[in-house]
Design a protein around this ligand. Sequence first.
Ligand SMILES: [Zn+2]
Length: 208
Amino acid sequence: MAGHKTHFAAGVATAALLAGTTSIVGGIPHAQQPLLLACGMAAGLAPDLDSDTSKPLAILKSIVGVLVVGAVVADSVRRGLPMPEIAARSGLAMGLIALMFVIFTRLTVHRGIMHSVPFVALWALLTMQITYSLGRNLTLAAGLVALMAGLSHLLLDELWAIDFQSGLIPRLKSTFGTAFKFWSSSFVATTACYAGLAALLWMHFYRS
Ligand SMILES: [Zn+2]
């Protein structure tokens, strides 16, 4: 399995290449290119969110925790609540976040549906939905960057599953074929992924 640093570098490289290309072809201003890089980084790491011990999942937990608890504290202060109540509300928020991630890790399986082409496409469409208000060209560029960065993750995982004995003879590891795939062994997860993909496709074309 390629490490998160390799996936991070591949995501950034893919995004940088496409950001440069789209700025020339699609007229994306330089000021918006950091956003494309961020989309590439996120998409390049997203498939490994299915690993309970992965760095991307730990980073996501931290980001969600800081944002949600920060919002709860800010809201409590704005309402003028007493300190014990602010502490109780923050504790409750942290507990709910922890529960949410426990459920997430129970539902996901490493190298399950999140390591698949339809999931990468779903993530790219989700990226397009999030950036939709920023203009058609940027939305398309963000979707393309996310798609290519996600596919680079799957391809790197497959490449890392090939060993070269004596430096020459290729030998396939047991993980070969578990990243660049179109379905997982779970019928429910595969159906849910394709249903989400269809819903996002419909939303995108309905809004366009
Ligand atoms: Zn992976």
